[in-house]
Design a protein around this ligand. Sequence first.
Ligand SMILES: Cc1cc2nc3c(=O)[nH]c(=O)nc-3n(C[C@H](O)[C@H](O)[C@H](O)COP(=O)(O)O)c2cc1C
Length: 149
Amino acid sequence: MARVALIMGSVYGAAQELSNTVQQALHDAGHTTVYNSSALVTDIHDVDACLVITSTTGQGDLPSNLESFYFSARDTMPMQQQKPFGVIALGDSSYPTFCGAGEKMEELFYELQGIAPVPMLKIDACETLEPETKALPWLKDWMKSLPTV
Ligand SMILES: Cc1cc2nc3c(=O)[nH]c(=O)nc-3n(C[C@H](O)[C@H](O)[C@H](O)COP(=O)(O)O)c2cc1C
């Protein structure tokens, strides 16, 4: 079983609510989580995998509760040594910078030398009212990359 860091960014609560649901699903599958309302770089120091769930704000910007994590990680580069990561990005396709924060986090984890076993999931608020309907099947697939013992 794996220890998973949940890295959450949310402004109005949708990504936070989804993170709570995903945390429960991870626990139901027997995994443990490290999950803070404002992620810390130390959250990813001693885990088997990282899962980012973030909305986008402004014009392709990170939610403010994720900024400190993002800039600290850029400064300190906590290398992931081929550990699996995943990104679930909430956004709205009426913005030209659709899921921009998710893209930034994906780029960061690639630079940290993580590996993405499944491509980033982008959930468009214009077409999906209940993000978990998309996120939970994606999560099931993503969890296949986690250690099971
Ligand atoms: C002020 C504002 C700016 C936004 N900017 C973007 C954006 O640049 N790109 C995008 O894909 N979505 C954008 N969105 C849409 C949100 O990311 C989307 O509604 C998301 O589901 C909100 O999740 P949250 O409640 O966790 O913050 C914006 C929404 C608001 C209200």
